[in-house]
Unconditional design. Structure first.
Length: 487
């Protein structure tokens, strides 16, 4: 064979390989429609975190049960949600987003119907725990799909829409819950908060089956399909050790706090096991080397966890103050805090578009704006009569929402920007686990501060101190963001 023939063969082979690579790197023309479907699913699962907050009194009355049992309906969802997030993300990485979204949606739809139709408080709690676990399978597929389908500035825009979904679902929950309770009646209207998920879930299943891509068939993907079961158990034990005391402590019963001692032990064991798994050449649940090897990932975990600790507690304690101290109804209270959702809806997509050019500075500015809005609310709202709250609470919470909507999506973008797509679901799940832990701890902390201070001072002063506690937590997130920005 002549040299020219060999050279021509090599050139042809090289061109064919280049064409195949180019084809593989071509973006999916349906990617924005796929994102739209996944965001609807994500909105539904995240909405159920906050929508029940305004329904606690009606659930207690309708089920003829104690406040502690109803607290498990609210917080148990967050517990099992956080428990399955990383494992759900890793399963999506290994077996494909479409398969995990289909399984998660089926489980979420069935468990939502079970909560809404359950005849007793015990069955409501059990179904709610299953609902949270299925939401943990669903939510990390959003960040995984964005990692898989988008590149460059488009990824920032996609994460901007995801941040919009996270922020708005958290803030609009009390408003939507108040509307449904007002229309359906407070005695049994709480059941419709869950039954509404059934038709939405069935419609979403149809579009997931039609649009969401399955798992690519390759030998490398097949090797990565093994699941690190021991790692999942260790991480799950750590999450339970942190969240179980938060959702269990009532009154003077503090024994669940003993679980907190187990959290660092389980965390240490998880890190050691994952390093050992990587050293053996096996796929880990979460490659912990991402924390030091991937720029911005460790800082993003801390920023997201601290932000959600302060942000979630702020909305919860403000809603509780409006209903408990001022006698507002659920819908009235929800409408008063809705400017936060409006602000977040306005700023999240914009922040997602500019984060690729501006970088971590977006988070620094956004957290400063959130702190300003919460601080104004803390200092001014307790001084006002109920009839004049609108004049301060609306602009202050709107400002806080503008900042809040600009925190979540840029932080997700910057944290996951250099994470390999094969670990995108697990890495995104870890970020959202930090958010869920922050939300649960923040809600418990703010309410504890509010009720403890309320035993000795006026309720308006209790609100002020609780919100200033949130400002301290948000300032800690700002400090982490400044450190990451300067680095």
């Amino acid at each position: 064979m002549s040299d020219k023939t060999v050279a021509a063969g090599k050139a042809s082979s090289g061109n064919q390989s280049s064409d195949q690579t180019s084809t593989r790197e071509q973006p999916d023309p349906r990617r924005w429609r796929i994102l739209g479907v996944s965001l609807v699913v994500g909105f539904m699962s995240l909405l159920d975190v906050s929508i029940v907050n305004v329904a606690v009194p009606s659930m207690q009355q309708g089920l003829h049960t104690s406040a502690g049992t109803v607290q498990w309906v609210v917080s148990g969802y967050a517990l099992t949600f956080g428990l399955t997030l990383v494992a759900g993300g890793r399963l999506g990485d290994a077996y494909g987003r479409r398969r995990m979204m289909t399984i998660g949606l089926c489980a979420f739809t069935v468990s939502s119907a079970a909560v809404g139709l359950a005849p007793s408080a015990l069955l409501v709690v059990v179904a709610r725990l299953l609902q949270g676990a299925s939401a943990g399978l669903l939510t990390p597929q959003n960040s995984g799909l964005i990692q898989q389908l988008f590149r460059g500035p488009e990824r920032g825009k996609a994460f901007g829409l995801f941040g919009f979904t996270v922020s708005v679902s958290s803030a609009v929950g009390p408003v939507l819950g108040g509307v449904i309770l007002s229309l359906a009646g407070e005695h049994s209207g709480w059941r419709y908060l869950f039954l509404i998920n059934v038709p939405i879930g069935l419609a979403a299943l149809f579009f997931v089956a039609r649009l969401v891509p399955g798992r690519p068939n390759s030998s490398e993907d097949a090797a990565d399909a093994r699941i690190d079961v021991i790692g999942a158990i260790l991480l799950g034990a750590m999450v339970v050790a942190v969240l179980f005391p938060v959702v269990s402590v009532e009154g003077e019963i503090y024994w669940p706090l003993a679980f907190l001692v187990l959290a660092p032990l389980c965390g240490w064991g998880f890190v050691r096991w994952e390093r050992r798994t990587v050293a053996r050449g096996r796929p880990p649940l979460l490659d912990v080397s991402l924390l030091r090897r991937v720029r911005g990932y460790a800082g993003g975990l801390a920023i997201g966890g601290l932000y959600f600790t302060g942000f979630t507690g702020t909305l919860l304690v403000t809603s509780y103050y409006l209903q408990d101290a001022l006698g507002f109804g659920p819908l009235h209270a929800g409408l008063l805090i809705s400017p936060f959702a409006v602000g977040a809806a306005m700023s999240a997509p914009v922040a997602g578009r500019v984060v690729s050019d501006v970088g971590r500075l977006v988070t620094v500015i956004a957290l400063s704006v959130v702190i300003l809005g919460v601080a104004v609310t803390a200092l001014a709202v307790p001084l006002l009569s109920p009839g004049h709250l609108w004049w301060v609470s609306v602009p202050a919470l709107l400002v806080a929402g503008l900042g809040g909507g600009s925190v979540v999506s840029p932080n997700m973008t910057l944290s996951l920007n250099e994470v390999p797509p094969r670990m995108g679901g697990a890495a995104g799940g870890a970020l959202q686990t930090g958010q869920r832990i922050g939300s649960s701890v923040g809600a418990a902390l703010m309410m504890t501060v509010y009720t403890s201070v309320g035993l000795h001072l006026a309720e308006s002063q209790a609100l002020r101190i609780a919100l200033l506690t949130a400002v301290v937590l948000l300032a800690a997130a700002l400090t982490m963001a400044i450190r990451d920005w300067r680095a």
